[in-house]
Design a protein around this ligand. Sequence first.
Ligand code: MSP
Length: 505
Amino acid sequence: MTTKKTFYITTPIYYVNDAPHIGHAYTTLACDTMARYKRLSGYDVKFLTGTDEHGQKVEKAARDGGMEPQAFVNKVSQTFVHLAKEMKVTNDDFIRTTEPRHKQAAQALWKKLIDNGQIYLGSYAGWYSTRDEAFYAMSELVDGKAPTGAPVEWVEEPSYFFKLSAWGDKLLDFYEKNPDFIQPESRRNEVISFVKGGLHDLSVSRTSFKWGVPVPNDPDHVMYVWLDALTNYITALGYPDIGSDDFKKFWPESVHVVGKDILRFHAVYWPAFLMAAGLEPPKKVFAHGWWTNEGVKISKSLGNTIDPIELMETFGQDAVRYFLLREVSFGQDGDFSLQSMINRYNSDLANAYGNLVQRVLSFIYKQCEGKVPEHGKFTSEDKTLLNEAEVLPEILEKDMEHFAFHKYAEHIWQVIFKANQYVDEQKPWGLKTTDQARMKTILYVLAETIRKLALLTQPILPIASSQILDQFAVEDRTFDALEQSLMPGTPLPEPKGVFPRWVAN
Ligand code: MSP
């Protein structure tokens, strides 16, 4: 029996204090693209997303909305479930931290840390930012605010502490032995210098409010929301049952994709908690950048948040996916603008990809009796194009290894541009009456190239790729099918256009 390679990918779990926006959609979309890519490559994939429902910030949002926290989180978490559905996200599970399975896992992890002598009772006196759900040292404050710009308040309360200070060297050793653990490289350096600066013990419980997972054997305390939240990644694998199928299969073969603002929690606290509990840290934490809107930082108070559902209603899911992944290098900050969205749509999707597929398919349908054409001997031009498509999967594999979604798209589009150029140079329609055999060979080369391209665009453009593959009557859609070729004589359905030009009205 051969066992499949496994791959576990997670989004951060989203705070339910507010409606989903483009930042949430972005992380989820990147994970979905990777999950689809790995499944097509033959991996056994688990893809997790969900909602972070405890803590002071969520409690405050519920009270501000005049609701009990549980009723409030039940309502808002559904907007995240809805977004995932609308985006055609292929998550295998959706975790909510208010679920019994999660409460059980978080408390079990706590008990393990207590048993291992990693948590002690003390009292906290210092600054706290509810917006960031983070503790800050006096030395970190900038003009009386958190380094993120969030307001802070003075907190003094009994608190349990995690012995983070004891884990600095072990973390540095772990980063050194696992150079790919934190990506991109620049972020890795930031984390290393933070840890080298010295770690303080971390307050991991609160007593001034109740909305959290109760600390086992001390109900006056609730667990600090980040310790609770990070545990979600193993709750979903069945923790505390580390003998469960999913735990054995997927831990620690895991990648956490996060925004740059929450890297420290994932790359410092989380591996320390896990090692302290006798568990292995995850394989990788990838931090992506932040989006601005027409050059301006996105914030609720400025009223410039971008609703991903509205955007998808205007341009379609595939186009929004393509834009977000293609427009910026994954890991860098990016700017959203309506004009660049329209430009990308028209140049890459309508004019390049859509047009290539449309003209080849409609020509084959009319001139080759609606069947995949027979081909003769290939010329060197034919072989060049066929070869471009043949070597593409290997290039793309490297791109995905580095989470370089923009490169993945760029490399595919280079071949799309070449295929369009080949059509212009070979002029198959001019051969209709003079050399039918050559015309058919050209069309075959194009059809086969498009088939390969459509297999490879599936992770970014799932809807359009599937429509294109339908139109070439392709059944096997895994990447194994890249090794095969179209069968001449296969009947094709009547072609329908993909990506019509976007015209402003
Ligand atoms: N609940 C925590 C995560 C816990 S994970 C164990 C959290 N939630 S969040 O809802 O505030 O943010 C979720 C993600 O959205 C973060 O990765 C954050 O970086 C991302 N984004 C929020 N605004 C963003 C942009 N403007 N652009 C890109 N991503 C941004 O943090």
